[in-house]
Design a binder for this molecule. Structure first.
Ligand code: BES
Ligand code: ZN
Ligand code: ZN
Length: 492
């Protein structure tokens, strides 16, 4: 895998309006009153912003970017005005996206130095999110194009940000870009063994312990559900276990579990072309877990974390698992397979059981698990399901601070009735298609025992089918920022 290109980051306490840079980024709120650096630029340029505001060329609408070439009164070669929306609605999500949109626009040309002066009045969380966004938006998803659509600037200069805050933003950005890259790589390049090799490389470079279970080990561990899903593929499955011990030696770890289906054809319950064409994204949960562990280790957070990535390719062949098969999961529960496209829950059934072996204090799993979750919440919001509502609230608050949207779905007990099978302990799908996201979560709940557990269904936000102003089409790195923020808040 080619290294991920990211700009160099420098912070300064000086205002940047008079710096001789390639581009200066300033922010404008939708109240259309230039403040901070925008006001300083307006004065220096003899009222250019005010004129453009009067002419309604500038609105301050969120993520609107307007490039002013050769502006008067400053030494920057161009000024980019980015819309920040309503002043009192600025949060981490807006800060991230505005900075990301600015650098994405500027990335259309190679640039050496881009200066950001828009964080006046921002909280530290918002500053960190802004720095993070500015290091993410310039990295494109056109990995295999000879003519890149975008090049990140060589250097970013941020004004008015404490250097530890900037550094945190940079560490998290590196992780978000890693998760994005893993999702963007085509399935021909990224299959279970490759993912595991990359995980080992990441672990070595940031001091994580890393165990990889191959097929004989998975067999010895009786991971019958995960192995069944992987059986139809020429690419054998793997389970990656990462360990970070930043807390007391005997403190119970936080367990992070990721669905890592490196390609989901649906198996014998084959997906149609339209549903299959983005299924390289079906390992986004595992990518977020690996990336979050990298960031947690680099930030030296004072807690213990284990990360588990269940890696399989769901394919069609003479050895594929079949409808009617009964699998024995690692926990001992038997599962009747009635749809081979509901494979993520089978993989996670075993991985959650392995996670429990380390007696974690809490488990969070991330999975591109159901299309039903996308129907329920749209493409921007992850579904949150839990067996422990206070822990669910904690995760939701971490997501809010990090600038990622998650929303709870209810876990009513009556859903479980649909999972009763006549021949086995459970079946892997219900009768109809309603409430599919919750049903999948109820299935997973069977494998977590009494450990406080949160399931994030990221099928919607993990992958952008078309570009947004702040990000290219492709992997988004969703979940990384939430997991890192959660790890910062725990234990407690
Ligand atoms: N990987 C898919 C879910 C998915 C859909 C992820 C859209 C990202 C975008 C999952 O394995 C799947 O196919 N789920 C089935 C479950 C059904 C058979 C009960 C689905 O959602 O249709
Ligand atoms: Zn599937
Ligand atoms: Zn899947």
């Amino acid at each position: 895998m080619v290294p991920i290109d990211m700009p160099r980051l420098t912070v300064t306490h000086e205002g940047l309006v008079q710096r001789p840079v390639d581009a200066l980024v300033i922010g404008l709120y939708s109240d259309r009153k230039p403040s901070g650096a925008a006001e300083a630029f307006d004065q220096a340029s003899g009222g250019l912003l005010s004129q453009l505001l009067d002419a309604k060329e500038l609105t301050g609408k969120r993520y609107e970017t307007t490039l002013l070439l050769a502006p008067p009164g400053v030494r920057a070669r161009c000024v980019l005005v980015v819309g920040l929306g309503p002043r009192d609605e600025l949060d981490s999500a807006v800060a991230f996206r505005a900075a990301s949109a600015a650098v994405r626009t500027l990335g259309a040309r190679p640039r050496t130095q881009v200066a950001f002066d828009l964080a006046g009045g921002w909280s530290e969380e918002q500053m960190e999110a802004g720095v993070c966004g500015s290091l993410v938006g310039g990295t494109g998803s056109d990995l295999y194009r000879a003519q890149k659509k975008r090049t990140p600037p060589a250097e970013l200069l941020w004004s008015g940000i404490p250097s530890e805050v900037a550094q945190r933003g940079q560490t998290v950005a590196r992780a978000v870009n890693l998760a994005r890259r893993l999702v963007d790589e085509p399935p021909s390049e990224l299959y279970p063994e490759r993912f595991a090799a990359i995980a080992q490389h990441v672990a070595e470079s940031c001091g994580l312990a890393c165990d990889v279970w191959d097929v004989p080990r998975l067999e010895a561990e009786r991971c019958g559900a995960l192995l069944a899903v992987g059986r139809g593929s020429a690419r054998p499955p793997r389970l990656v276990i990462l360990r970070y011990w930043g807390g007391a030696p005997d403190e119970a770890p936080l367990a992070l579990v990721g669905k890592g289906v490196t390609f989901d054809s649906g198996g014998l319950s084959l997906k149609p072309t339209d549903g299959m064409k983005t299924m390289k994204c079906d390992m986004a949960g595992a990518a977020a877990v690996l990336a979050a562990l990298q960031a947690i280790a680099q930030l030296r957070l004072p807690l213990n974390v284990i990360g588990l990535c269940g890696l399989v390719e769901n394919m069609v062949s003479g050895s594929s698992y079949k409808l009617g098969d009964v699998l024995r999961a690692r926990s001992g529960k038997t599962i009747e397979v009635l749809n081979t496209d509901a494979e993520g829950r089978l993989v996670l059934a075993d991985v959650l059981d392995v996670a429990r072996q380390d007696q974690p204090s809490r488990i969070v799993d991330l999975a591109t698990l159901t299309g039903a979750c996308v129907v329920a919440l749209g493409t921007d919001v992850a579904g949150l399901m839990t067996n422990n509502p206070p822990f669910g609230t904690q995760v939701q608050q971490a997501a809010q601070t990090a600038g990622e949207a998650v929303w709870p779905l209810p876990m009513f007990p009556q859903f479980s009735e649909q999972l009763q099978s006549d021949v086995a302990d459970l079946k892997n799908v219900g009768e109809g298609r309603w409430g599919g996201a919750i049903l999948a979560a109820k299935f997973l709940e069977e494998f977590v025992g009494s450990t406080p557990w949160v399931h994030l269904d990221i099928a919607g936000p993990a992958f952008l089918e078309s570009a947004k102003p702040w990000l290219d089409a492709g992997g988004t790195g969703f979940g990384v920022r939430t997991l890192v923020e959660l790890a910062r808040r725990l234990p407690g």
